[in-house]
Design a protein around this ligand. Structure first.
Ligand code: BDP
Length: 677
């Protein structure tokens, strides 16, 4: 009896050791190689670089050298140069220790992707200075819009227990160049600035520091009153200003390299300077003044909109443009990629390119709030590249969003890109094994936005799964098609925000809640009626097009030249309108939904054929999520087509799959959020 228990435990242990649960992310290099690595400096950061190479590098000796090179220094603090040859010896040169760390991870990536042969002559520096994750993690361990378990930050356990995940997290981020993290939700509780919490935050900061990752916090604007006991949080009140200064001093005593504050103010009911008749400038500059002596900064979000009758898509621009040039130089305005809210597809926010005298930064969403949670395989690099490469025309043709934010067109002291993290405490970090690719892609693009979607997918697949062409090529194709597929089965042709009321997972284009804010209802966005579909944002409608520069403005304004992928975003289009392919809008809409469903079916086929190349655990888990995605795609298609058909009164073209649900049944679906969330 005893013996069988022992055997059982040994079985469990070895299953645990060898189970492929995805926890190693893209960091799967064999260790224990004992390469020769020397360095001309010793520090915790350099030691990490050394140690990583020592255990994983399979080539000739490596020298890590801090140099006093003007050329490298001019390329920024994170720059590095790699020279030499794997067979004879390699040097990594940098003017800082973090440069060496990034160089070391670069070398290992070359090795793991099979690109380390021949003479190496590489020089790199990042596109954005600050490459930062935003955790929407609450102090109670829940994660807003998180689909991978609970928060990795175990505040209740600190300081007694330090989760081993903190170091793994730091390492994963450093390996892709991420150098900042906001630990808590933008919907911030004042308590995050309490003495007790700050002492815990210090512990996390100490762990992340050697990996060159700075800690930032989201703050609640009413903290002086609600935490500090003052009678007001008015940013022009001298006691309030002093409170923030004292708080900053307290933070920096604990965390000397603290990054700064992220602020969501006067947005979705949160407090802000406008509560006291002040402006975003008053609020942001007050915080900036408190942080300035410590070299800290403020990331002030532009995610503002009110149900005041104005088109939601226009509001951030209207509110922030008059303030351009009035912010302190340690303030940066953090703007979501699109003017509404992380939809499957949006045009870029017109603030990019328009706000020239203020530093602005993109906020991307890595967590798939509007893209199937962690059930759908959607590779977001395509969405982000489309955004970064969009031409704003702010300085004539070729003024891309990337160039308006990375310092190329407007030389502001701060450049940054933020990504809302998709990380939780599940074994594989992100819920879906392929959601790890989005974390990876965010880091890689923040480092180098000129990398192609193909290159990023290629690297990630080789490092995470396999470089075998029989696996790599079809799986890469699947990843590269996956964003367009999701747009097709959810919201094609510029449709947006037709999600269910209480979650953003499934379709509810019919949703109507008496008394609800109109701009929180799908009907506000799709505007379906007997004439047609879509939100008229042309000059005859809300005129949101006027916020873009010509000639883009004119292109978007004219229904004939507006790119069809944005058609229903900018126009109310008649059901019988002739699309470029000669079909009616209604027919095209049907074919788009149908194409989306077919694409996911094809992903299933691709995946099933990949079984022999990879481990059974990850294969099965992805396979079963693709089944969910396939069913959801049909759900989306049927819900949207059957509902919009009540307006178009036209048949669904007969050569596509017939709906399998009744509209009334779909309307009755009450999602079990426990399951999806
Ligand atoms: C929306 C989310 C909400 C966030 C908000 C924000 O639904 O949970 O708090 O954005 O970014 O997308 O502030």
């Amino acid at each position: 009896m005893k013996q069988s228990i022992i055997i059982f435990y040994i079985f469990l242990l070895s299953a645990g050791l060898y189970a492929e649960d995805g926890s190693r992310l893209w960091l799967r290099a064999e260790s224990g190689h004992n390469a020769t690595v020397t360095a001309n400096k010793q520090s915790p950061t350099v030691d990490i670089a050394k140690q990583e190479l020592k255990s994983q590098w399979k080539g000739a000796p490596i020298q890590l050298i801090i140099v006093n090179s003007k050329e490298l220094r001019n390329r920024g603090k994170d720059a590095y140069r790699i020279t030499g040859n794997k067979l004879t010896g390699v040097s990594v040169l940098a003017s800082t220790e973090q440069g060496l760390l990034y160089g070391a991870y670069h070398l290992l990536r070359l090795q793991e992707t099979g690109n380390d042969a021949g003479i190496l002559n590489i020089e790199e520096s990042p596109g954005y200075d600050i490459r930062i994750l935003n955790h929407w993690d609450n102090l109670d361990g829940t994660v807003e819009r998180g689909y991978a378990g609970r928060s990795i930050w175990k505040w209740d356990e600190l300081p007694n227990r330090i989760s081993p995940r903190y170091v793994e997290y730091a390492r994963a981020n450093a390996s892709i160049g991420i150098n900042g993290t906001v630990l808590n939700n933008v919907n911030a509780t004042p308590r995050v600035l309490s003495k007790e919490m700050l002492e815990k935050v210090k512990i996390v900061a100490d762990i992340l520091r050697p990996y060159h990752i700075k800690v930032y916090l989201s703050i609640n604007f009413s903290s002086p009153a609600s935490l500090g006991g003052l009678s007001t949080s008015d940013p022009l009140n001298s006691d309030v200003r002093q409170w923030w200064k004292d708080k900053a001093d307290e933070i920096y005593r604990l965390i000397p390299d603290f990054g700064g504050f992220l602020v969501k103010a006067n947005s979705e009911g949160l407090p802000g300077p406008q509560d006291f008749g002040r402006t975003h400038v008053d609020g942001a500059n007050m915080l900036a003044d408190a942080l300035k002596p410590h070299n800290g900064m403020v990331m002030w979000r532009a995610f503002v909109y009110n149900p005041d009758g104005e088109d939601r898509a226009k509001q951030a621009y209207k509110e922030f443009m008059p303030l351009d040039g009035m912010f302190r130089d340690n303030v940066i305005i953090q703007i979501k990629n699109g003017p509404i809210d992380f939809q499957p597809r949006e045009p870029f926010s017109p603030l990019f390119g328009a706000m020239k005298k203020t530093a602005v930064m993109p906020e991307l969403q890595i967590t798939q709030e509007y893209l199937g949670f962690s059930n759908h395989l959607v590779f977001l690099a395509s969405l982000w590249k489309e955004f970064l490469e969009s031409d704003t025309y702010c300085n004539g043709e070729g003024s891309t969003v990337a160039e308006t934010t990375d310092g190329t067109l407007f030389p502001h002291p701060l450049t940054a890109m933020a990504g809302v993290a998709n990380i939780g405490d599940e074994a594989n970090w992100c819920g879906h094994h392929f959601a790890q690719a989005n974390w990876y892609a965010f880091g890689r693009l923040a480092w180098n936005h000129s990398l192609s979607v193909d290159e990023i997918a290629d690297e990630w697949i080789r490092m995470t799964f396999s470089g075998n062409p029989g696996f790599l090529n079809p799986v890469k194709e699947m990843m590269m098609d996956s964003h367009e597929a999701a747009v097709n089965y959810m919201m094609p042709l510029g449709l947006h925000h037709i999600f269910a009321w209480n979650h953003h997972y499934g379709p509810e284009p019919w949703c109507d809640i008496p008394g609800a804010r109109p701009d929180w209802l799908p009907k506000y966005y799709h505007q379906a009626d007997s004439v047609g579909l879509g939100f008229d944002r042309s000059e005859t409608g809300s005129n949101a097009v006027s916020q873009y520069y010509p000639p883009l403005r004119d292109e978007l304004n004219d229904i004939r030249s507006c790119p069809e992928k944005y058609l229903l975003w900018f126009h109310h289009v008649p059901w019988n309108y002739l699309m470029k392919d000669g079909r009616s809008l209604w027919d095209d809409l049907c074919y788009k939904y149908d194409t989306g469903v077919k694409q996911v079916r094809n992903f299933q086929r691709i995946w099933d054929q990949s079984e022999k190349y990879i481990d059974a655990e990850r294969f099965k888990e992805v396979q079963s999520r693709l089944k969910i995605q396939s069913r959801d795609a049909v759900w989306w298609k049927d819900a949207c087509l059957l509902y919009f058909q009540t307006f178009s009164n036209r048949p669904i073209p007969y050569d596509i799959e017939r709906p399998i649900y009744e509209l009334d049944d779909l309307k009755n679906i009450k999602l079990d959020l426990e399951h999806h969330n």
